[in-house]
Write a protein that binds this ligand. Structure first.
Ligand code: HEM
Length: 454
């Protein structure tokens, strides 16, 4: 029997998916307005699970229906490559941006750093750094100062990723690193939609900032590699794994540049996303005191005042459900893309080779056809019973298939531990007049931060 895709390819006339009409050259760009995720959601609701969007010079297929997402990410995943050339200066040929054999070799090499047992050994680092942050908050509380919880979460997850993956300590340059990271991510975001910003040799202010950002991040990462190569410290971390890796055929090790690419990828992909998830969760809890009370009660019952351990994680179920609901409403990786290698048929529509495919967890997570009252904050959606009623790809904050986020369990564990420890000690109160809105760039962040008193 033919599968649906083949059947459609054979029997149906070739046709384009529906979509909004655009203007010459600029396509639908002028119609987007300030709320890009909102525009995309409107398109998906109006035109269905696959929509043709004329975004600038490229024909873009915007895919949101879970069955079609599965086709792209799992069933026919080899036909869809990353095509993230615009961010190659930042991530090089690291795991996030590479494809084919390079990606497969590196993924296999790095996977052990994310295995269950290895993850458990990271828990103490996560707990220790969170405890240190809470000690510092004692001073803040005494002075009744407001804090930007989003910035605090970013600082914390940055320290955790550096220590767990590279056995490195955060240093005085952290503010520079955060700024450099922001600039680089912004560039990534612009480059996705504006071919002009891909011309980085022009001496514009934006390009100067971008090159400074790349230099700053490179200096940090290369300093870590040099330190390890000269001291020969044998840490059981990802950096050691990368350094000890040998090519099965040639016996050659990885060059500094290859190691740099993987480190940069893990450092950048591995902290801001989790920090953003936690920031949104705190914001949502401040708006829903009944959920905050329930969370506090769960943590009190499970931990009885002591510090959490990995063994407690399966019992912190409501904590997990809040994190999952925060990622449904505000998935940090709210949109990502693929390029089709060969022609394919999705949902009966023809997708030519070389097409840009946009996928948006944000939009799929807000589809009224899947989610009852999608704008409502309701952690109850993530009980096993409720989750079991949905298509697996109705919820994809970490993507899916072979290219699923390598750090998904790391991130969930980290978020659960941090959340439980904070709830044990503090309750947040929003600072009046500081409204929070989603800022959709490369990630979806709470803007202008999450200001709270303790
Ligand atoms: C809440 C936190 C996180 C979210 C929402 C998230 C989300 C994602 C998503 C959606 C992708 C797929 C991107 C694409 O296909 O273009 C991805 C890939 C990736 N993530 Fe995460 N991530 C998180 C945390 C982490 C952490 C903690 C690490 C590392 C410690 C990490 C490392 C990576 C890497 C290396 C990839 C590329 C994997 C591959 O292609 O084989 N992420 N992540």
């Amino acid at each position: 029997m033919l599968n649906e895709t083949t059947q459609n390819a054979k029997n149906l006339p070739r046709r384009n998916p529906p979509g909004p009409s655009g203007y010459p050259i600029v396509g639908v760009a002028p119609r987007i307005g300030k709320d890009f995720p909102g525009f995309l959601l409107k398109m998906a609701v109006e035109y269905g699970g696959i929509t043709l969007l004329e975004l600038g010079p490229k024909r873009t297929y915007f895919v949101t229906q879970p069955e079609y997402l599965k086709q792209i990410l799992v069933d026919n995943n080899r036909n869809y490559v990353k095509g993230y050339d615009a961010v190659k200066p930042l991530f090089g040929d690291g795991l996030l941006t590479s494809d084919g054999d390079t990606w497969f070799r590196q993924r296999r090499l790095m996977q052990p750093a994310f295995h269950h047992q290895q993850l458990a050994s990271f828990a103490n680092t996560m707990i220790d750094f969170t405890a240190q942050m809470l000690d510092q908050w004692d001073i803040v509380k005494r002075n009744n100062q407001p804090i930007d919880v989003a910035a605090e979460m970013m600082g914390l997850t940055q320290k955790i990723i550096l220590k767990t993956m590279f056995s490195a300590d955060a240093n005085a340059n952290m503010a520079d690193i955060t700024l450099a990271f922001d600039i680089a991510l912004n560039h990534f975001n612009n480059a996705m939609f504006s071919p002009l910003s891909q011309i980085t040799w022009l001496p514009t202010a934006a390009n100067r900032r971008y090159h400074w950002a790349l230099r700053t991040l490179d200096e940090v990462v290369y300093a870590m590699i040099t330190d390890r190569r000269t001291t020969h410290r044998d840490e059981s971390d990802l950096l050691t794994m990368l350094m000890n890796a040998r090519d099965a055929d040639t016996g050659e090790g990885m060059s500094d540049k290859q190691i740099r690419d993987e480190m940069m990828t893990i450092f950048l992909a591995g902290h801001e996303t989790t920090a953003t998830t936690l920031s949104w969760a705190w914001h949502l809890l401040s708006q829903h005191p009944e959920a905050a009370d329930k969370l506090k009660a769960e943590v009190a019952t499970v931990l009885d005042g002591r510090a959490p351990t990995v063994k407690d994680l399966p019992n912190l179920t409501y904590t997990r459900m809040i994190i999952e609901e925060a990622m449904r409403l505000y998935p940090p990786a709210w949109m990502f893309a693929r390029v089709s290698v060969n022609p394919d048929v999705i949902g009966g529509f023809d997708v030519p080779a070389g097409s840009l495919i946009m996928l948006s967890p944000y939009v799929t997570h807000h589809l009224p056809s899947i989610w009852n009252d999608p704008e409502k904050f309701d952690p109850g959606r993530f009980t096993p019973e409720q989750a079991g009623t949905r298509h697996k790809y109705a919820y994809l904050p970490f993507s899916g298939g072979p290219r699923i986020c390598i750090g998904n369990s790391f991130a969930m564990m980290e978020a659960q531990l941090i959340m439980a420890m904070i709830v044990q000690k503090y309750q947040f109160h929003t600072v009046p007049g500081r409204e929070v809105t989603p800022l959709a760039r490369a990630t979806m962040r709470p803007f202008p931060g999450v200001w709270m008193t303790l």
